[in-house]
Write a protein that binds this ligand. Structure first.
Ligand code: SOE
Length: 385
């Protein structure tokens, strides 16, 4: 097994989760990833980079991501930066022959996403988008049930992804509140995860209609390099030009239908990513805040036991139970799905396997986001390409 060296770009929240997940992956998958190293960390702020590199045991840190791309001893990169930087970084990385795992949402629009997908595919490289929730063992179990036909023909997918950190009106105008940096607000940040889940579990979108609103229109500037000063400055206010809340109705190409809601203003909701799926043979309900259990309704049960049953995930025949915690039902946290994702990505590189979610999935996701945005503007149903 040859050496495989990774570079990570981004020292914010996502970058730190990837660093933790890397170390978890080494612990969980041991021998299978013994020649994989996380060699370089790139952060905008070099002194922060040094501290993080020390904390996570990464050999080298730097401030210039192009320098990382020119290093021949780096074989793959993880891009965990604000969304507007993804395109340049992806194109540069694949131009230099590096495999890429990129954060979500993949691109600012579907046109850019297609260019990024084509570039990686034509270069014959492995590519992935970090729709991390797909790799939650409970969700892999739901996927298995669906593929086995346990839910029959699916006719409804209904989902919400709600958080409340946006309710602080004094919260700084960081990149997530600006279209040029983020592309979209709660829709791109949280809704993109729902879109990926719906595509993964149900199928491709057909027609779509959305409504959205921005309830806190101005915020104090001064975060990172996205405002006028490095300090919080309440006197200078900037415009929020992305959605805080979004609600969408849709149909799938296979005839199913559904809805999604995303919000940063759902007081009391922390990371409330829930969905339910109804089919001719059964139903499931899942809430990521209770990520180690799935509620399953199966019509195979006798009438006197009719209703949802709780399945605790982690039994010996459940996905990844052998690699993660040896005792059934111990449960997982936020970083485990990232570590599974990274393991599968590395396995795809070593063994020339297909990897998903790939840039193709990133592109399809951006197409759905674009259709929702057009629908919001034109106030009508839009066909997803
Ligand atoms: C937003 O608060 C956020 O950090 C998302 O950007 C992540 O994708 C999500 O998984 C957790 O919440």
């Amino acid at each position: 097994m040859n050496k495989l060296n990774l570079g990570l770009i981004g020292g914010g929240f996502a970058g730190q989760v990837h660093s933790i997940a890397f170390r978890m992956m080494k612990g969980f998958f041991g021998q299978k990833v013994k020649n994989v190293s996380l060699k370089v960390l790139v952060t905008q702020n070099e002194s922060k980079g040094r501290k993080l590199a020390e904390k996570f045991g990464i050999d080298e840190w730097m401030g210039d991501w192009r320098k990382l791309m020119s290093k021949d001893n780096i074989h793959a990169v993880i891009i965990a930066t604000p969304n507007y930087k993804h395109k340049d970084m992806v194109l540069e990385a694949v131009g230099k022959g590096k495999h890429v795992l990129c954060e979500k949402p993949f691109a600012l629009n579907a046109q850019d996403a297609k260019e990024m997908y084509d570039a990686a595919e034509n270069a014959g490289l492995k590519h992935g988008v970090n729709f991390n929730y797909r790799k939650t063992p409970a969700i892999l179990l739901i996927k298995k049930w669906i593929d086995e036909g346990r839910l029959g023909k699916i006719f409804t997918f209904r989902s919400s992804y709600l958080q409340d950190w946006g309710t602080d009106k004094d919260g700084l105008l960081n990149w997530r509140f600006q279209k040029k940096y983020a592309g979209a607000g709660s829709l791109g940040d949280l809704g993109a995860h729902i879109i990926d889940m719906a595509r993964f579990l149900v199928g491709e979108f057909s027609d779509i209609a959305g409504i959205a609103s921005t309830r806190i229109n101005k915020r104090p500037v001064g975060a990172l390099d996205f405002g006028v000063s490095a300090e919080k400055n309440d006197k200078i206010m900037g415009d929020v030009d992305v959605d805080d809340i979004c609600d969408v109705l849709f149909t799938f190409k296979n005839g199913a239908q559904g809805s999604l809601s995303s919000s940063r203003l759902a007081k009391g909701r922390k990371n409330h990513f829930e969905f339910e799926i109804y089919g001719t043979g059964g139903s499931i309900y899942f809430d990521w805040e209770r990520r180690n259990e799935v509620l399953l309704y199966s019509q195979e049960k006798p009438n006197d036991q009719s209703g949802f049953s709780k399945v605790i995930v982690g039994a010996t025949d459940h996905p990844y139970s052998d690699a993660l915690w040896a005792i059934p039902g111990l449960g997982i946290g936020f970083a485990e799905p990232f570590s599974i994702q990274l393991f599968e990505f590395i396995d795809a590189i070593y063994n020339d396997k297909d990897f998903s979610p790939s840039f193709y999935d990133g592109w399809k996701n951006n197409q759905v986001l674009d259709a929702i945005n057009v629908s919001i503007k034109e106030r009508r149903f839009i066909a997803v390409l």
